[in-house]
Design a protein around this ligand. Structure first.
Ligand code: ATR
Length: 281
């Protein structure tokens, strides 16, 4: 039997940790598979994915900037993918691609099980309203957080995300310039790609409540500016997205192989090599 083919498709993708993570899961579970990184510019995404399928590709992780496009080409979307409007996991079926989104459940699993946070009733601020924010917001609400405030450089996108979440009593879009008037938060989550492009927006130092947590969905260098701010804001927990990355990978692995790998060893290995991490996935 030929080895099953999997890949992560993104742009850029050369520094993705997903091939290492899935190779480690494969070793741990004794499943033979090939998992590569495929670079696809936005205009080439559909053709690259079709080529991957033609060469026997049965599953893919989708990363920046293709998550929204990937949702559009699926003929079936999980509820998580529908609510996120974005897909990070593709599963080949007889009739085409099935799309899922494991980012949100991966984040919640990291925060609750690895970091030991109790998310219930936590007053939460989500900074950003792009694909990453859309991916995690539904899972955070499902995990039982309290009110969710959303701020974004482009206010219309915060409004649009709040509309999709459809819980007007609980989800509140606000202007990012008003962030200093919103009080403090038990959980502050950076879901912007600001550190990967320009300067990070300035945030008041009293935004994090006593014993509050601050989370950046990125890891490595991309997470440095926000986590530096989080430390100066005296967040009790300053958490980057490495654990979320490993957990979303485990969730994808489970959907493809029907077995959930143990994640602690892979997480520890990557954490030890943290200085090598230069990109988000
Ligand atoms: P991703 O999938 O990483 O979320 P995206 O959909 O392009 O990528 O969204 C990027 C997010 O980072 C958006 O919330 C974006 O704000 P806009 O909606 O206003 O574009 C935010 N972002 C990127 N660079 C930023 C910056 N320099 N300052 C503030 N927000 C920024």
């Amino acid at each position: 039997m030929s080895v099953q083919r999997y890949a992560v498709i993104g742009h850029p993708v050369a520094h993705s940790l997903s091939p290492r993570i899935h190779a480690a899961f494969a070793r741990e579970t004794g499943i033979a598979l090939e998992y590569t990184a495929i670079d696809a510019a936005p205009e080439d995404f559909d053709a690259v994915l079709a080529g991957f399928a033609a060469e026997g590709g049965v599953g893919a992780n989708i990363t920046l900037p293709h998550k929204t496009r990937a949702a559009q080409i699926c003929n079936y979307l999980s509820e998580a993918a529908q609510r996120a409007g974005a897909v990070n996991t593709l599963i080949r079926t007889a009739t085409g691609w099935q799309g899922d989104n494991t980012d949100g459940v991966g984040l919640v699993r990291d925060l609750t099980e690895r970091q030991g946070l109790d998310l219930r009733a936590r007053r939460t601020l989500l900074i950003g309203a792009g694909g990453a924010a859309r991916g995690v917001a539904p899972a955070l609400l499902d995990a039982g957080i309290g009110d969710l405030y959303i701020v974004n450089r482009t206010p219309e996108r915060a409004d649009a995300l709040a509309d999709v979440l459809a819980q007007p009593g609980r989800v509140h879009p606000r202007y990012i310039n008003d962030v200093g008037t919103l009080g403090n938060f038990d959980l502050v989550i950076n879901a912007t790609s600001a550190a990967r492009s320009a300067s990070f927006p300035s945030l008041p130092i009293n935004l994090v409540a006593p014993r509050g947590a601050a989370v950046d969905l990125s890891y490595g260098e991309a997470a440095v500016p926000f986590l530096a701010w989080a430390r100066s804001a005296r967040a009790q927990n300053c958490i980057d997205g490495l654990g979320m990355l490993v957990e979303q990978a485990a969730e994808s692995f489970q959907r493809w192989h029907r077995v959930r790998p143990e994640t602690d060893a892979v997480y520890a290995l990557l954490r030890d090599h943290d200085s090598l991490l230069v990109t988000a996935d």
